[in-house]
Design a protein around this ligand. Structure first.
Ligand SMILES: Cc1ncc(COP(=O)(O)O)c(C=O)c1O
Length: 378
């Protein structure tokens, strides 16, 4: 068997130890003679699985008792609407910091639901290559919204805006449990699982209890399934949850714990990201450059361009050359067992997503490949 190093932005690589355990238990989970895929979510065998997953989220993220931990479906994208429907109910007004696609999509969804959206800061002026500094947010907002790690742009908040009494909502889809995070600074956190926690199919929501409205107090027309209360009152089992994904999520959380918890992940992730950024920033690596500005750089997603990207926007021949080099890089990397490195079209070039499960060996293999490719194509 030969496994590749998978730099996909999501769904992404999972710890091999977890995959092996899942494989071992595939046909017979814990002497039940069934796979977890086949089990009723209300069975004696399954209940401890979801309970343990919640307990592990609470433990690893130090979630206080006055917060609910929910497992819902519909991905991060459904949260864009759920946040507005459940939280935007008093002033029907919210503050958004615009740091790229995912923050913009969240704001657009709120607007669609009739929320007055104030974009209080934006990094659009520099193609979202940095995180604007907003120390204090005040006003008659129902909530303030940020995307804490911007998967496409490769940027990450190095601070938490002070919102006083305004609940702060953060999309942590691409950085959940990659580092310690003070949950008490937030009213609501959410994360699609398919990057750092599990296969696709479940979304983790952590919400302060007093922010959960009765379903009838949500925005008019909010479907039952989109009221947080529905899930909070039913232990995330109002309907059939994504049972197998939650089972894998639990295993990933135990793997995180065995590897030092959130602090251990930060150390591991810093080591990997430093290795890659140090090369990108060095003279030796000047064939390439990282697109995210220092002070805003993500430890999880590292977009980078080659020197062929330095051309005028209307220089078609140079643009064609750039595309040729990028395509060649992605193809050759893939042939060398380094897959899913194609950059997002909004940034171009390449992107290495180096989530928790990516190893330092994987990043070293990438940098070795980059050196060789630069030498051959300079
Ligand atoms: C930061 C962020 N938020 C939200 C989403 C959307 O997530 P989903 O595909 O689970 O709806 C993504 C997807 O990559 C993302 O990176």
């Amino acid at each position: 068997m030969s496994r590749v190093y998978n730099f996909s932005a999501g769904p992404s690589c999972l710890p091999e130890e977890v995959l092996n355990e899942c494989a071992k238990e595939m046909l017979d989970y814990n002497g039940t003679g069934q796979s977890v895929m086949e089990m009723s979510h209300r069975s004696k065998a399954y209940e401890p699985i979801i309970e343990d997953a919640e307990a592990m989220v609470r433990k690893l993220m130090k979630v206080p008792d006055n917060y609910k931990v929910l497992f819902v479906q519909g991905g991060g994208s459904t949260q864009f609407a759920m946040v507005a429907e459940n939280l935007g109910i008093k002033h029907k007004k919210a503050a958004y910091i615009e740091t790229g696609v995912w923050a913009k999509k969240a704001a657009a969804e709120a607007k669609k639901l009739g929320i007055e959206v104030d974009v209080i800061a934006s990094s659009k002026d520099k193609n979202y290559s940095y995180i604007p500094r907003v120390e204090k947010i005040s006003g008659d907002y129902d909530y303030a919204y940020i995307c804490f790690n911007n998967t496409i742009m490769g940027t990450h908040y190095e601070y938490i805006p002070d919102t006083g009494d305004i609940p702060l909502v953060a999309d942590i889809s691409s950085c959940v449990l990659s580092e310690p995070l003070d949950v008490t600074k937030f009213g609501l956190l959410f994360a699609g699982a398919q990057k750092n926690l599990a296969p696709a199919g479940v979304t983790l929501v952590i919400i302060r209890e007093d922010l959960i409205p009765e379903p009838e107090n949500c925005l008019p027309g909010t479907p039952t399934m989109l009221a947080y209360k529905t899930h909070a009152d039913n232990g995330s089992m109002y309907n059939t949850p994504p049972c197998y994904t939650i089972y894998v999520l639990g295993k990933v959380l135990h793997w995180i714990e065995a590897n030092g918890g959130a602090e251990g992940m930060l150390k591991r992730n810093k080591e990997k990201a430093d290795y890659l950024y140090n090369y990108l920033d060095s003279n030796e690596g000047n064939f390439y450059h990282a697109t995210a500005q220092t002070g805003s750089r993500s430890l999880m997603n590292v977009p980078f361009l080659t020197k062929y990207s330095d051309h005028a926007a209307d220089d078609e021949a140079a643009a064609a050359k750039e595309k040729e080099i990028n395509d060649k890089f992605v193809k050759a990397a893939s042939a060398a067992g380094l897959v899913n490195l194609k950059g997002h079209r909004l940034v171009g070039g390449m992107r290495a997503s180096i989530y928790n499960a990516m190893t330092l060996d994987g990043v070293k293999a990438l940098v070795d490949f980059m050196k060789k490719f630069a030498e051959e194509n300079k």
